[in-house]
Ligand binder design. Structure first.
Ligand code: ADP
Ligand code: MG
Length: 443
């Protein structure tokens, strides 16, 4: 019977991975089936903080997969299985108290320090969060993270909460978006329940409020937040805040709040550079148990440099397309998946345009590019030309070789790889290539 159940569960996971690749995470493999009775599948989850996320974000996907695999309507129940003695004790003794705290928010199990790639763009913010998670209330208080959208603020804040919860499962940690705080406040005012509201917020051990720029829209909430802040701060409770800009730039934020926010550590997260983007893509791929070829990773990292959320979206898209075809993730597929999106003009770029921009930039002649000279001053621009031709036009390697004095396809491939490698290691080359691509796609 146990074997049958395990087989069913394995099939459900496989189904999910194949048909709902966006939802799939490698940590699902740590979930164990417990029983299947009367249409209810109970599964054991090793980390308590995953429960809420599974219930809230994954339930529909799991139900559909279970239904497809068994042909029956199946409901799922997620229960926490204790892993070590310590947590087991806390479980049985204090489960009630703990759940009350956990119900207040939902942390994404993917958002851990382990899954966060540290680079020059976020090193300080990461170090500050780690320090705060290890001794809340003692190091940086408040901790204020800012940076534009999709750069990992929520990820870092939630990682901090996960560590604090792990270290002291009874701690009252409240993580929420500023919008939730504001709505909660408005409702409390409307229902005459301000007392309850204050009790709830002022007796936490750690208050984490994401996207506080939304405070600017509500004056009444600013007043309330100010008092909440003060009472927590005086009691040496940890406060962590994030925003899309630094405190003084938040529009219409009262001066006294700006100065409170500046009291602790204010740290900025910047856009990730190329190496960090590569590392993030590797991390995200491993979270989904996929292993795209290096050239695909570097293609996406070069193509998408705005923010990490979009980077991840691009990977999801390429992966999704491969799943649909039931085939491997290839560079062709990645091109197809991303080709049209950020740079719609790619399709119409011709080799002549590329040649023109290169001869212009390097101040050389077409005959140089097509000739046999191998000096670096000619060979390098020639290789860049071939590289761009492969990346930006639909021509085959043979065709591209034809344009450059009848070189064969292996020469073109060699040029492509060479420049690709240089882009990885040489900031100047990368900048040059990106600049050429931008000017070609924009004109
Ligand atoms: P923000 O709150 O700043 O808008 P998020 O924390 O929601 O951004 O991050 C957007 C996505 O990018 C998330 O999936 C997050 O995991 C991912 N991400 C951002 N920075 C990193 C990083 N340094 N390493 C790994 N993933 C990251
Ligand atoms: Mg966020």
């Amino acid at each position: 019977m146990a074997d049958v159940l395990t087989n069913i569960w394995d099939e459900i996971l496989r189904h999910l991975q194949k048909h709902n690749s966006q939802l799939w995470r490698s940590w699902f493999e740590q979930i164990e089936p417990i029983s299947l009775d009367n249409g209810l599948l109970r599964v054991g989850v090793p980390e308590r903080s995953w429960l809420q996320f599974l219930r809230q974000e994954c339930n529909v996907g799991f139900r559909e997969a279970a239904q497809s695999v068994t042909g029956h309507l199946i409901g799922l129940e997620y229960v926490h299985t204790e892993q070590d003695d310590m947590s087991g004790q806390i479980d049985s003794d204090l489960a009630g108290d703990y759940n009350e705290n956990v119900d207040l928010f939902c942390l994404n199990p993917d958002y851990t320090f382990n899954n966060f790639v540290v680079g020059p763009c976020n090193r300080l913010a990461h170090a500050a969060c780690v320090a705060v998670s290890e001794s809340p209330g003692c190091t940086y208080n408040p901790l204020f993270l800012h940076g534009s959208v999709g750069l990992g603020k929520s990820h870092l804040m939630q990682s901090t909460c996960q560590v604090m919860l792990k270290q002291s499962p009874q701690a009252r940690i409240m993580y929420m978006t500023c919008e939730t705080f504001v709505n909660d406040f408005i409702q409390a005012v409307e229902n005459g329940k301000l007392y309850d509201f204050r009790y709830k917020y002022r007796y936490v051990d750690t208050l984490v409020i994401d996207d506080v720029q939304f405070l600017s829209e509500r004056e009444g909430s600013q007043e309330e937040f100010f008092h909440t802040f003060n009472s927590l701060y005086q009691a040496r409770k940890q406060i962590i805040l994030s925003s899309d800009c630094c405190p003084s730039e938040i529009p219409k934020l009262e001066d006294r709040l700006v100065s409170r926010f500046n009291q602790g550590l204010v740290t900025r997260i910047d856009k990730p550079g190329y190496e960090t983007r590569m590392a993030i893509l590797h991390k995200k791929a491993s979270l989904r148990s996929i292993d795209p070829p290096e050239e695909v990773i570097s293609f996406i990292a070069r193509k998408i440099d705005s923010n990490t959320r979009e980077l991840e979206g691009a990977l999801t898209k390429v992966h999704g397309l491969a799943m649909l075809d039931d085939g491997p993730i290839t560079l062709e597929l990645a091109r197809q998946a991303l080709g049209e999106e950020p740079t719609p003009a790619h399709r119409q770029i011709t080799i002549s345009q590329i040649i023109e921009s290169i001869t212009d930039h390097f101040d050389i002649r077409l005959s140089d590019l097509q000739g046999r000279r191998r000096s670096r001053s000619i060979a390098f621009p020639r290789q860049i030309c071939m590289y761009l031709a492969r990346d930006l036009t639909g021509h085959s390697l043979e065709e591209i070789g034809g344009y450059f004095g009848g070189r064969d396809h292996t020469t073109v491939l060699h040029a492509y790889r060479n420049i690709d490698k240089l882009c990885d290691h040489d900031e100047n080359v990368r900048r040059l290539v990106n600049g050429l691509v931008t000017s070609l796609t924009q004109h």
